[in-house]
Ligand binder design. Structure first.
Ligand code: HEM
Length: 151
């Protein structure tokens, strides 16, 4: 697809509206909303707009925020919380009937950033069923401490 073609399918104003609605849902979310209690929502929307507009090929747009790893380093973000944000993003884009190709590019881009946002692989879909999980091994001697063994 030609550069800027994807951006033109949504346009700057509709992109801002989608991101504003997305963060409205994120900060109100019971699972991850608390993490944004001290964040400047206006700044979040502005930076996210630059990030996604640039991804979609908007001309003359540069992401002015911190690198993903740095921006998220101050928070302990679990895999399930990353998935929750992904789900809110999917639902927002679907509810606002965003162009399907724009949705796909946006979702793929977010998934590709996963390792920069969370180091927790425990609840990542596509892992082998036991990856990252530990199981409790009962001791033969009941007085011995319980050990955790990785499967
Ligand atoms: C691929 C997924 C993600 C993207 C693209 C993303 C994008 C961003 C952007 C652009 C910023 C602003 C950076 C700046 O101000 O310089 C930001 C900040 C932030 N993000 Fe994310 N984010 C992602 C995942 C997450 C997840 C899963 C959480 C938590 C559940 C999260 C929590 C935060 C918080 C709390 C801030 C504000 C940090 C601060 O104010 O210091 N982000 N994110």
């Amino acid at each position: 697809m030609k550069s800027a073609e994807l951006f033109d399918r949504i346009g700057g104003d509709a992109l801002r509206a989608a991101i504003t609605e997305f963060y409205r849902r994120v900060v109100a979310d019971v699972m991850i909303g608390f993490m944004f209690a001290k964040s400047d929502r206006r700044r979040l929307v502005d930076r996210e707009w630059e990030l996604i507009a640039a991804l979609l090929g908007a001309p003359n747009v540069t992401y002015a925020g911190r690198p993903m790893r740095t921006a998220h380093a101050g928070h302990l973000i679990f895999g399930g919380q990353f998935e929750r944000r992904m789900q809110i993003l999917r639902e927002t884009l679907r509810d606002l009937a965003v162009d399907p190709d724009v949705q796909a590019a946006w979702i793929d881009h977010s998934l590709a950033l996963r390792a920069q946002v969370t180091r927790d692989r425990g609840s990542e879909c596509g892992d082998s069923p036991s990856a990252g999980l530990a199981i409790a091994v009962p001791p033969a001697n009941p007085d011995a401490p319980v050990r955790l063994r990785r499967r």
